[in-house]
Design a protein around this ligand. Structure first.
Ligand SMILES: *[C@@H]1O[C@H](CO)[C@@H](O)[C@H](O)[C@H]1NC(C)=O
Length: 435
């Protein structure tokens, strides 16, 4: 046999071995998931498939082999989740997994200050079940920011620190690696419907609308209100606890809850803006002297039923300024406290919202750097804020935003304001309406 032929056969053998190895590895992942599902079932713990890559394959229907289409994959980590409120008897649970030959690692962290979770100062945020070089990362879903208990969204901790192996109380795990997709940062998952499914003969639960679920993962980053910074601020500027301030807080809270309920029902994303955003960022509180609540909505997300939904929740339309396509602004009122909705327009390299002066028809434009939205919890509600909150606030209030300013002129004070002409008289009736 020639040298070339020998070399060729050798390469073929290596190729076949690699194929066999990958195949074996792929089958292992499915067996691991099947066995974990059996143990979860025993503990009445619904095991939720949240792996974006597997879900993506289910959405497109393109799997691997015919028998084990979706769960036999060659990734070293598969992602699942369980609701924390169903997760009891953890010690027994892990010792059962131990009997299957799994190594289990538990990730814990201090309960964040802003998270009023009853009982413990430490939370289990994730656990990892590992066998034959494959890991299943299971994230615990904690309910947060609920308008109605049981219907809130899900908060997920971050994978950090050294997880402990349950049986030995030491060790390292694969999930500390860079490969992880879920658990890289704090997240909030909007509550999603789940259904019972059988995937490759394994009974599981999965998002009923996997496409929406996978899309939402992209902007699910969560930031905690900085309570240390807020405490420092309040040392310098004691919290206003007069009855007048408390009354304002109560009205503001009520406005925010009702607006959230209306906008969530319509599926319109919004974020805390202007003074309300500053209050959250600086002092984890409403700013009592600000006298109103401000939220932002991208004009592209405008929905013609917003006003109806708000009014059905008891918020009356007070002003409408501008047009949907230019400088639009709506103000609602309840108990003499105003909720302003500013609509934001996206340009190539900046975003802006407009202002209109009643009576003169003068227009103003407020310019912001482009921003992404993150989740937070404020006043017991899950809400969005610009992720780079400080840049957003600095655009609006300048570098001295840390100090309270009670004299504020919305047409002149903001560093990012520009004059923007005047509405033509013929349009006044449309672009300046008071109710
Ligand atoms: C693990 O799952 C596989 C595939 O369903 C099954 O054949 C095997 O018996 C399970 N292992 C145990 C210990 O139950």
């Amino acid at each position: 046999m020639s040298r070339t032929a020998k070399l060729f056969i050798c390469c073929c053998l290596i190729f076949l071995f690699v194929q066999w190895f990958l195949h074996q590895r792929a089958e292992d992942t499915a067996i691991n998931i099947a066995n974990l599902s059996v143990v979860c079932h025993k503990y009445n713990l619904p095991l939720l498939l949240v792996d974006p890559r597997i879900l993506q394959q289910i959405i497109t229907g393109v799997g691997h082999q015919s028998k084990c289409k979706f769960l036999c994959h060659q990734q070293s980590i598969s992602y699942f989740a369980v609701e924390q409120k169903f997760f009891f008897n953890q010690e027994e649970f892990f010792s059962d997994l131990d009997k299957y030959g799994f190594s289990c690692f538990v990730f814990r962290q201090h309960t964040p200050q802003g998270f009023h979770f009853p009982g413990s100062s430490q939370l289990v945020t994730h656990f990892e079940v590992q066998r034959n070089g494959h890991s299943i990362l299971v994230s615990l879903l904690y309910e947060r920011g609920a308008l109605i208990p049981g219907r809130g969204d899900f908060w997920l901790g971050k994978l950090k620190g050294n997880p402990l192996q349950v049986s030995t109380m030491k060790g390292t795990s694969r999930c500390a690696s860079n490969e992880v997709i879920i658990g890289r940062e704090y997240s909030l998952w909007k509550r999603f419907k789940t259904s019972k499914v059988t995937i490759d003969a394994v009974p599981l639960r999965a998002p009923t609308f996997p496409e929406a679920f996978v899309n939402n993962l992209r902007d699910s980053k969560f930031i905690e209100c900085n309570t240390d910074a807020a405490n420092q601020y309040h040392e310098r500027h004691p919290k206003d606890e007069t009855s007048e301030a408390e009354e304002f807080r109560q009205s503001a809270r009520s406005l925010l809850r009702k607006a959230k309920s209306a906008l969530d029902d319509l599926g319109v994303p919004f974020w805390l803006s202007s003074g309300t955003c500053l209050g959250w960022f600086r002092q984890c509180d409403f700013i009592p002297y600000s006298k109103d609540v401000d939220i932002g909505i991208f004009a592209k997300d405008y929905h013609e039923s917003i006003t109806n939904y708000m009014q059905n929740n008891g918020l009356m339309l007070k002003y409408s300024f501008g047009k949907v396509e230019d400088s639009f602004e709506l103000s609602f009122v309840e108990n003499d406290v105003k909720l302003d909705i500013f609509f934001f327009y996206e340009e190539e390299d900046y975003v802006w919202n407009g202002g209109t002066q009643l009576k003169t028809g003068n227009k103003y434009k407020y310019i912001f750097k482009k921003f992404d939205l993150c989740w937070t919890e404020f006043e017991g509600l899950s809400l969005r804020v610009p992720c780079d909150t400080e840049t957003y606030i600095e655009a609006n209030y300048g570098k001295s935003w840390r100090e309270p300013v009670k004299q504020w002129n919305w047409k002149q004070s903001p560093p990012n304001v520009q004059e923007n002409g005047q509405w033509p008289k013929s349009e006044w009736a449309e672009v300046m309406q008071a109710f």
